[in-house]
Structures are given as C-alpha cells and as structure tokens.
Design a protein around this ligand. Structure first.
Ligand SMILES: *Cc1c(COP(=O)(O)O)cnc(C)c1O
Length: 363
C-alpha cells in the first residue's frame, strides 16, 4: 500500500463521475469592480452594523446553534408572509438545499429534470449524488418551450424538476402559466427556485397551497447576505418534515442565525436597496441597448445578459480595465457570445460602461 501515490489511489477509489468533473471555478476578484456574482453592491447603514456588532459580541460561540433556528424561522415567516399552514427548512445557502433534495429523491433510476441554459448547480449536484440528469432546451428567446418540456416530463417521469424563476443566467421570468402547467403535468416534486425574488414581479409562494408537489426555494444571498450563506425551502409540513431528516443538525451557524435575524428586522433597508437596484437595472439596460453591437435581454433579476461579437475578447478587455463580469461564451451553445453583468452601484455601472466602450474601440 505505501508504494501507491496519493493521486493513483484517488483515481482508483473515487467515483468516475467525480474524476471527470471540472471544479466550479471562482476567479480571484481582488481589486476588480466586482460584477460577476450577483451580489448586492450596497453596504449596511452604520447604525445597523453597530447593532450587529454588539449582538455578535455577546453570542455564545462555544455553544452549538439552535438546531431548529426557531427564532430566525419565525422572522422569515413574518417577512415573506408565509401562509400559516406552510413550513420552512433552512439551508447553508440554497445550494445545500438543492443537494438535500437530490439526495432525498434519488431512488435508483430517478431523474432530475431542468431546462437549459439555467443554473448549473442543478446538473452538477445531480452528478455529485449520482442522479440521472435531463436538460430540456429553452426556446430561442429563453422562454419555456412548453410542448417540448411536457413531452420530456411524460417520457422521463422526473422525480424532481428545478425551475429558476427568474432564470439564471438568462434573467427572464418564465410565463407563470407555463410553470403552472409543468407543475400540474409533473408526477414528481417541482421546485421553483426564487433566488432573485427581490427583483422580480411574481412569485409562486402564494400558490404553494394549490399544488401538493410544489416547493418554493429562496436565498438571501442576492438580497445582500451572500456572505452569511442562508437559503430556505417553503412548503407543506408533509414534505419539509421528511426532508428535515436529511438536514445536518447544525447546518446554519450561530452567527448566520443571529445576523440574518437582525437584518430581517430591518428588511425595509434591504428592500429599498433592491428597489434601487431595479432602477439601476433599467438604466443599465437602456445604456446597453444603445450600443449597436450589443443585444441585451430583458431581466427581472439583479443582472443583465447580453450578446456581443467577440465576447471573450470583450470580456478580457473589461478585465484589463479592472471590471470583472461573467463570461458565458463557450459554455452552453445557446449562450454563444453571451456575457452576464451584475447590476452594481450607479458608479460601478458607469465604470463598466466606460470600460465596455473602450474595449469595443480597441476591437
Ligand atoms: C445564486 C443562485 C442560487 C444559490 O444561492 P446560494 O443561496 O448563495 O447558494 C440558487 N439558485 C439560483 C438560480 C441562483 O442564481
């Protein structure tokens, strides 16, 4: 045994799907105008920071967190107006909840169905847990291709369906009517992923009671708490009581519980920031639309997707000028020539637009 190298051992022992995976790449963003990860660009008001610092100072970090996070859950309930008969399950980010759902529903031969292009973690996590994945292409305008999806549901009988509402990385909000038809046609569980709910005009939360096979997933990451790692599933106790069994007991730490609760006491502050971001999104959309070389897509999220010739060299040009966005060119074929920019502060958007104009001049 000692003669084998660690790398040869790893390649013998690890599952083949894991060996074949490419690690999710997060570039070093130090020093850049950071518009690559859909973060809220605004800091908290000074008084609120002081309040949080004071609360954190008296926390018993030698103790395990409240495993039920009862007080935080109560706060979330209030803030989102959860129907009384519905429950909440907390995750260390919603990524953890995608993983939990896949683990729970992955019977032998079970399928996870998503649309493409969409959030890449659905497919990646299916691979992590050894679950079969089927991706159904969106229409050319990134809308749901309902006939095609209904055929796929009939054929594949997916145990689990994920729909991001609004979708990432395209930014559009699917037709609610089409989503409803997918939920009704699905024999399995449908999860409507509302990571961008704060920037969108619609939600499936009020429709939870209509569908026994629907859960709504949300995260506070895009609203200004990306560093805390906190997401949740909302739905009936019949589902969440079962899924609770898979949740690792202390998945949400003392500090995230405490800080999130404080922040949600000032939910209005975060919502005002979201409203500002929506205004800034409209401005940025208009400015991008004025550039002849750019095709920009409508968005109900805190980012804009746009198509441009020589996308990768434009991306590099932006980076050389200190602006980091997301290059989607070379990934999914429908995203050929596509770049994604997070809506930053008006100043950051100005820096982005200036860098974009300069990059185009040097093409
Ligand atoms: C960002 C994002 C998530 C993950 O959010 P975390 O809570 O930070 O893990 C989930 N779904 C979609 C569609 C996202 O864009």
């Amino acid at each position: 045994m000692p003669s084998a190298s660690a790398s040869s051992l790893a390649s013998i022992l690890l599952r083949r799907e894991i060996l074949e995976l490419h690690a999710y790449h997060v570039p070093d963003s130090t020093g850049y105008v950071k518009l690559d990860a859909m973060e809220n660009p605004y800091r908290l008001p000074r008084v609120l920071c002081d309040e949080i610092a004071e609360a954190v100072a008296s926390v018993a970090i030698n103790r395990y967190p409240d495993p039920a996070a009862a007080s935080l859950k109560e706060k979330i309930r209030d803030v989102i107006g959860l129907p009384p008969e519905m429950d909440i399950l907390l995750g260390n980010g919603s990524d953890e909840l995608i993983q939990l759902l896949a683990m729970a529903l992955n019977k032998p031969g079970a399928t996870l169905l998503g649309v493409e292009p969409s959030f890449v973690m659905y497919r990646m996590i299916a691979t992590f847990v050894g679950m079969r994945y089927v991706g159904v292409p969106l229409g050319v305008d990134f809308s749901l291709d309902l006939p095609r999806i209904l055929v796929a549901i009939k054929r594949e009988q997916p145990a689990l369906v994920f729909l991001a509402y609004p979708n990432n990385p395209t930014g559009n909000l699917f037709s609610a009517e089409a989503v409803a038809q997918i939920i009704e046609a699905s024999p399995g569980l449908v999860v409507v992923d509302e990571a961008y709910y704060a920037f969108a005009s619609d939600s499936f939360l009020p429709r939870l009671a209509h569908y026994p096979n629907l859960l709504v997933m949300r995260t506070f990451s895009k609203l200004g708490m990306a560093g805390l790692r906190l997401g949740f599933l909302a739905g009936s106790t019949a589902w969440l009581g079962q899924l609770e069994k898979l949740r690792l007991p202390y998945n949400v730490g003392v500090l995230p519980q405490l800080v999130a609760e404080k922040l949600l006491e000032h939910h209005d502050v975060l919502l005002r920031q979201a409203e500002q971001i929506k205004l800034d999104r409209a401005n940025l959309y208009r400015q991008l639309g004025e550039i002849a070389a750019v095709q920009v897509y409508p968005s109900e999220a805190n980012f804009l997707l746009f198509r441009i010739a020589n996308a990768t060299s434009v991306f590099d040009g932006l980076k050389q000028r200190g602006v980091l966005i997301k290059n989607l060119n070379g990934g999914h074929p429908m995203l050929q020539g596509c770049l994604r920019v997070t809506v930053g502060t008006p100043e950051e958007s100005g820096q982005f637009m200036a860098a974009l104009q300069e990059s185009l001049c040097h093409e």
